[in-house]
Design a protein around this ligand. Structure first.
Ligand code: NAP
Length: 279
């Protein structure tokens, strides 16, 4: 079965829209763009559009190369204090002269809508409830649950160990009682691991890394990778056309994990709003 991320994301957003309509005050999301990367510009515009569609207050701060670390620090302090802003997102990467780690750590953990602050990461690893869970990993677990895919007791293989996808998704799967293995670029004989896995989550950005002969019949295959080819087509890590005949469930690219990321960002903003406005 092909997992329809667009459909699941749409239903999350529709539900949010109804909840937001009932609020007197609206959730506020601030997005900071301080890089020249064309994809980042597209992502930020999309975040702005989704925020406005939901009726959120949306503030986008776009900077050119003249932005200094000091000015960015000052902005984060102001946003931390601003009661109309519930979520702060720094689009990564930042210009190379800026210190990303310092900026991310300055965001108040209760406004850290991306779930990247060490406090939120630490809570995730400790099996505690973070104020916000990283959006893509959260979206993956939601997709599995939307299709009633059992996680507990399953052998899950996560390919990729980045701080934004691989490690947090492995923690979430572990918290759901899967037996988790993490593979990366130095893993020898990847096939040995993929062949045993009941659930494969691949997040490498390496097109067609996972071929049909590497997948166990009936496995659940989640493709996080997104690479734009020269012909403009988006492809993932999985050889989708061939693997779909072997997997029990599989996500397409595009239309799988991608739409869930933005839906979870919007949901995180709403949840942080509730957290900050609870009496
Ligand atoms: P990243 O920081 O570059 O990490 C890639 C990971 O893949 C690294 O841990 C790397 O291992 C591992 N890797 C690379 N080649 C490998 C190979 N041949 N075999 C096994 N492991 C390999 O990337 P990321 O930010 O996690 O993103 C990964 C992909 O997901 C990208 O295509 C990105 O565009 C996509 N993505 C999609 C969404 C979405 O919403 N759908 C969100 C975020 C990212 P080492 O650690 O050893 O280098």
């Amino acid at each position: 079965m092909i997992i329809d991320g667009k459909k699941v994301a749409f239903s999350i957003l529709e539900e949010l829209k109804e909840k937001v309509k009932k609020l007197d005050k609206k959730p506020g999301l601030a997005v900071i763009l301080a890089n020249d990367d064309p994809s980042s510009k597209v992502y930020v515009s999309s975040k702005e559009k989704y925020s406005l569609d939901l009726g959120y207050k949306s503030c986008v701060y776009r900077f050119d190369k003249t932005i200094t670390q000091g000015k960015l620090i000052q902005l984060i302090h102001e946003l931390n204090e601003n009661p109309d802003i519930n979520g702060i997102l720094v689009q990564l990467p930042l210009f190379s002269h800026l210190n990303e780690d310092e900026i991310l750590e300055l965001i108040h953990p209760k406004k850290d809508v991306d779930g990247f602050h060490p406090v939120n990461i630490g809570k995730l690893y400790a099996g505690l409830e973070p104020y916000a869970v990283c959006c893509t990993p959260k979206g993956i677990i939601k997709l599995l649950k939307a299709y009633n895919i059992k996680i507990e007791g399953k052998k899950a293989l996560v390919i990729g160990r980045s701080n934004i996808v691989g490690k947090p998704v492995a923690s979430l799967l572990l918290n759901e009682n899967a037996t988790v293995t993490i593979a990366h670029s130095k893993t020898k004989n990847l096939k040995e691991y993929t062949k045993k896995a009941d659930i494969i989550v691949s997040a490498t950005g390496h097109p067609k890394l996972i071929t049909a002969d590497m997948v166990k019949k009936g496995a659940v295959v989640i493709d996080v990778g997104i690479v734009r080819q020269d012909n403009g087509r988006l492809v993932g890590d999985i050889d989708f056309e061939k693997v779909k005949d072997i997997a029990s469930y599989i996500t397409p690219v595009p239309g799988g994990v991608g739409p869930m990321t933005i839906a979870c960002l919007m949901e995180n903003t709403y949840e942080l709003f509730l957290l900050q406005n609870k009496r």
